[in-house]
Design a protein. Structure first.
Length: 129
């Protein structure tokens, strides 16, 4: 049994399969998830686990070279906007409709229980060397 880090076996296994340039969508409970990407659904109840908890856990495990979030997050969810600006390098913003289209290109979708608007980010994996 793992001692620390991400203990969810489905998520840990999915993360181990990622490579440079792969996309990982971390999303709130309401984000539409397209057919195609592997999905690990962590949502338990509204707000559990939170977007921030899951994002921080993933950032501890992954090399992230950039990310994309919805432009609308600034007005609709300043707390999430601040969290993303603080934690995600090379963060770009696109209209929410464009972000939803980009999710079909993600290799992995991690759905949280977050129940606040626009708490979504498409992370782009980097390399550790």
């Amino acid at each position: 049994m793992k001692r620390s880090g991400i203990l969810n076996r489905h998520l840990a296994g999915a993360l181990a399969e990622l490579g440079h340039g792969d996309g990982v969508l971390v999303c709130d409970a309401g984000m539409p998830i397209p057919d195609g990407p592997r999905v690990v659904d962590l949502a338990f109840r509204a707000g559990v686990p939170s977007f921030a908890e899951v994002l921080d856990g993933l950032l501890d495990e992954l090399v992230v070279e950039g990310g994309t979030a919805a432009t609308e997050v600034h007005a609709a969810n300043p707390a999430a906007a601040g969290l993303l600006a603080e934690r995600v390098p090379d963060l770009a913003h696109v209209p929410h409709a464009d972000l939803k289209r980009l999710t079909s290109e993600a290799r992995l979708v991690v759905r949280t229980g977050e129940a606040s608007p626009y708490a979504n980010v498409l992370l782009r994996c980097g390399v550790f060397f």
